[in-house]
Design a protein around this ligand. Structure first.
Ligand code: RIB
Length: 322
């Protein structure tokens, strides 16, 4: 049996206020919601929980405020068994917030106000060098200040640790950062923002597989493109793959991309191939759309492996000893 992976997530943490509506309001329009929910969010936080639920030993480096939202966030992370010692609570800025609208179609719109996330600077990341060096993989996202993302990539490069970059939302990171990403994880809009795309209005899954393959080496070491209900593709120097998701009913797609990315990182960190990690991550993303919210909709490692049709090959600790 192999060992579970060690993942350091450097990322954002928000508290999500979500309104559920029949249809999105247009500009100047007021609509009544048929539901409201406050829950833990932030792409970093969601991905840290997803990686933890997927079996990795996760450390989460984040900045939050000394406010009630911060208390709520810490309590929620502890409920998932996630260590919170690398989360620093500042006195000045409030915990990040996201205003989310989910339509009955399952689609969402999200507005993020960074707050304390913006205090996660390159200097803060530099202080985490030893933590990075002890990990199998470092994972970050586009919701942090660009210099912090660039520093994370540089340290991962220096220390020879794997670096997974989810460029969501698109951010003007350096070429070096992009080329270090292994893989770069993007949806189709984010892919186009870094020059991966074609003139076709709606490329097929197979066309996306070819587009990802052509970006290997040119944009990043390896590439993953998520395509919602269509599935996802991945490419590296070893090949390229396309995976259709299991058929599910979408209730709320919020955080499904984070379930995908956190799960992908967890399985890469335990030494699975990109092809296999992709298959497992697609199942995790699909299962996560079946219930409302982000982290509370993430399926267990067992359920995800079952849905992906993949066997478990590890013991339950990062060291693999117990
Ligand atoms: O990916 C979903 C997340 O995006 C939400 O939880 C919200 O906080 C924003 O960061």
């Amino acid at each position: 049996m192999g060992a579970r992976g060690r993942v350091v997530v450097v990322g954002s943490l928000n508290v999500d206020s979500t309104s559920y509506v029949e249809e999105f309001p247009g500009p100047g329009e007021t609509v009544l919601s048929h539901g409201f929910r406050v829950a833990l969010g932030g792409k970093g936080s969601n991905q840290a929980v997803a990686a933890q639920v997927a079996g990795a030993a996760v450390e989460f480096v984040a900045r939050i405020g000394s406010d009630a939202a911060g208390d709520f966030a810490i309590a929620t992370l502890e409920r998932f068994g996630l260590p919170t010692s690398a989360i620093v609570r500042g006195a000045d800025a409030p915990t990040g917030v996201a205003q989310i609208t989910v339509a009955d179609s399952g689609e969402n719109t999200i507005i993020v106000t960074g707050g304390a996330n913006l205090e996660l600077t390159a200097v803060v990341v530099e202080a985490e060098r030893d933590r990075f060096a002890a990990a199998d993989l470092v994972l970050t996202q586009g919701e942090l200040p660009v210099p912090a993302i660039d520093r994370a990539a540089a340290i991962a490069r220096d220390t020879g640790v794997g670096f997974v970059l989810n460029l969501a939302p698109p951010a003007a990171v350096s070429r070096d950062t992009l080329s270090t990403a292994d893989p770069l994880v993007v949806n189709e809009h984010e892919a186009r923002a870094v020059g991966i795309g074609s003139d076709a209005a709606n490329p097929s899954l197979e066309e996306w597989r070819e587009l990802a393959a052509s970006a290997v080496g040119a944009v990043s070491r390896s590439v993953v493109v998520t395509l919602g209900a269509t599935g996802a593709v991945a490419a590296s120097v070893d090949g390229s793959w396309a995976v259709n998701p299991p058929r599910v009913t979408a209730v709320d797609t919020t955080g499904a991309g984070d379930a995908f990315t956190g799960t992908l990182a967890a399985f890469l960190a335990e030494g699975r191939s990109l092809e296999e990690a992709l298959r497992i991550a697609v199942a995790a993303g699909a299962l996560a759309v079946q219930a409302r919210g982000t982290v509370d909709s993430y399926a267990t490692r067992e359920a995800v492996l079952h849905a992906a049709g993949v066997a478990d090959t590890t013991t339950a600790t990062a060291e693999g000893g117990e």
